[in-house]
Design a protein around this ligand. Sequence first.
Ligand code: SAM
Ligand code: SF4
Length: 341
Amino acid sequence: MSSVLLPTPRPLADRHGRVATDLRVSLTDRCNLRCTYCMPAEGLEWLPNDEVLTDREFLRLIGIGTSLLGIRTVRLTGGEPLLRKGLERLVAGIAALPTRPRIALTTNGIGLARRAQALADAGLDRINISLDTLDPETFHRLSRRRRLDDVLAGIAAAQQAGLQPVKINTVLMRGINDHEALPLLRWAIDQGVQLRFIEQMPLDAQHGWNRQTMITAGEILEQLSAEFSLAEDPQDRAARGSAPAELFRIAGTDHRVGVIAAVSQPFCGACDRVRLTSDGQLRNCLFARTEQDLRTPLRSGATDEQIADQWVSAVAVKLPGHGIDDPSFLQPDRPMSAIGG
Ligand code: SAM
Ligand code: SF4
């Protein structure tokens, strides 16, 4: 029996004591929805195809991350990652890497009904599906498309495929779906999925975010407490580590609900993420204003070690926090859909 000797990974450490182990990969900047907190109605100017990495290129970079740099989780996102042709093949390729990471997907769920089982069979371990409303008209108002039934079918298929626990990401918008926190939680308990509310962040292409009108985590908890008794579990708190969601147990059930207070209670001090855009740019933060180009060295014959060196230097200079509350805060040039949420 032959054994492969793998190199000892170099930690992706920054100057504030954090180590990145979670790689978020945007597979495409394109999307089939137009969520108002993310994109304008007309969409965006998409990246040209020749700038977007091929599956081989993604696999090489992810392999460098897992074998040389201590990446342990790879989350595939976008844009809408299900729009990427051959996603199942890419998932299988990641699962076959010499150092296999946990593989997760964040998706709007459209088309998932047909693909959830194949993705699970290919090696997908976890899934987050975005759902902001249970009302078809509100869904249309929020995403500018009539696809609620497709999303619900996708959620059911993910559960049937054994991708448990299915996590649901919800953004509440004032005057649009902020009355749906309770109905969504009742639905989540009934379906056996874990709901996580995410505070809206200033990452929309239209720059329409407004701190004053944002629905805060505090407000969401107040709404939920009108019907449910929520308690933060000391075990969950201890196990939270770098996870962005604060989890609350719902009294009398095994159910938990998460709140991601990215703006009002930033968790930057525990961040373990690094991001790769679909055109091969490494970002050390969602809100970073600089990127490290890995596509050029990748396409011009650099060795794995040379690429790893650039990756290490890019993470080393990660800022301590996102600085949204800083008067000099500037939104990044790329919107969320092109960074990978
Ligand atoms: N298209 C996929 C989806 O919607 O799940 C993956 C990409 S999307 C950018 C990833 C997550 O980011 C979604 O859950 C979405 O709701 C969230 N998101 C997008 N724009 C946001 C914003 N401005 N603030 C907070 N969350 C946002
Ligand atoms: Fe598309 Fe996701 Fe952005 Fe909605 S949040 S427009 S589904 S990328």
